[in-house]
Ligand binder design. Structure first.
Ligand code: SF4
Ligand code: SF4
Length: 308
């Protein structure tokens, strides 16, 4: 089923409660599936494709072969090394996951209505109120599903729930503008100012991203700029400095969050049958993060180093 055929349903791959890293207070983060960027270091690879996908965790497989019988495509084979899925045959229908008794096979991504997602998040309304928190939508790139997003965020606002949008900014302005009517805070990722490097690292140009940042700021919507600190790519002082110079022209930015590289995404690549490009990379040191924090503060901006 393509995106258009989904109508107002959203493709969600995770709903995380009690989050403290995605905006102020205690929050629920709704992760939307599908992203037009391909950041080399992406730690949510299961959020990239615009369709549900089968993930396989071989450490959980007990070899019952229920999945082999359930697969209508004959895509699953057992060899000496265990279960293998033929990616050319697999249609991501999820039938193998339905019969798997251990959760070794899992269908990542579920089409949900705004009402369904809202009924999940509203359970924690009391926590949001007492902590100054709310709901954050992230991904993937949530703005790729604008109709769902507008409906969902409107519901949150109708119930007085604070909303945050975590975005790469790579979105048609017309759609972004509609979404922003229901957003209290924008968490805006800026990975690189250099146009050529940005395209090399993420697969897309940053012109639209920088232009949208200016537009959001000119509307006066509070923004937090988020900078991923990736060893060998975006961790240089010059790289961060050029982002800070840009952030300073955005009037609604008070804070910059520094996101140190971590390897939590690695097992996810394995489960999706993909190779991981950062096998040898190490997270930046605390000294490096503190230096960058001081650099942010030297621009008169609040700085926060996020957890690894
Ligand atoms: S998702 Fe469907 S096609 Fe793919 S391996 Fe499982 S049962 Fe077979
Ligand atoms: S159904 Fe699950 S546990 Fe059984 S063989 Fe398949 S993946 Fe392994």
């Amino acid at each position: 089923m393509n995106r258009e055929a989904q109508g107002r349903k959203g493709l969600v791959f995770s709903i995380q409660r009690y989050s403290t890293e995605d905006g102020p207070g205690i929050r629920t983060t709704v992760f939307m599936k599908g992203c037009p960027l391909r950041c080399l270091w992406c730690h949510n690879p299961e959020g990239q494709e615009f369709f549900p996908q089968i993930a396989f965790n071989d450490s959980r497989c007990i070899g019952c072969k229920g999945c082999v019988d359930a697969c209508p495509q004959g895509a699953i084979k057992f060899t000496e090394d265990g279960s293998r899925t033929d990616g050319g045959k697999c249609q991501n229908c999820g039938k193998c996951a339905e019969v798997c008794p251990t959760g070794a096979r899992e269908l990542v991504g579920k089409y949900m209505t705004a009402e369904e997602v809202f009924s999940e998040v509203e359970r924690d309304t009391l926590f949001y109120r007492s902590s100054g928190g709310g709901v954050t939508v992230g991904g993937g790139e949530p703005t790729m599903q604008p109709r769902f997003l507008v409906e969902f965020l409107r519901k949150c606002h109708e119930q007085g729930i604070h909303t945050a949008l975590d975005t790469s900014g790579y979105a048609e302005w017309k759609e972004m503008e509609e979404i922003l009517k229901h957003v209290d805070l924008v968490l805006y990722d800026i990975k690189q100012i250099d146009l050529v490097k940005h395209a090399e690292y993420t697969g897309v140009s940053n012109e639209l991203i920088l232009e949208n940042a200016r537009r959001i700021s000119s509307k006066g919507i509070p923004m937090i700029i988020r900078v991923p600190v990736i060893p060998g790519y975006t961790d240089g002082e010059d790289s961060v400095r050029s982002i800070l110079e840009f952030a300073c022209i955005l009037k609604s930015v008070a804070k910059v969050e520094l996101l140190p590289f971590h390897r939590l995404g690695e097992p996810k690549y394995r489960k999706l049958g993909r190779s991981y490009a950062f096998e040898r990379a190490q997270p930046p040191t605390d000294v490096c993060m503190q230096k960058l924090k001081q650099l942010v503060e030297s621009f008169g901006l609040q700085a926060k180093v996020m957890s690894k």
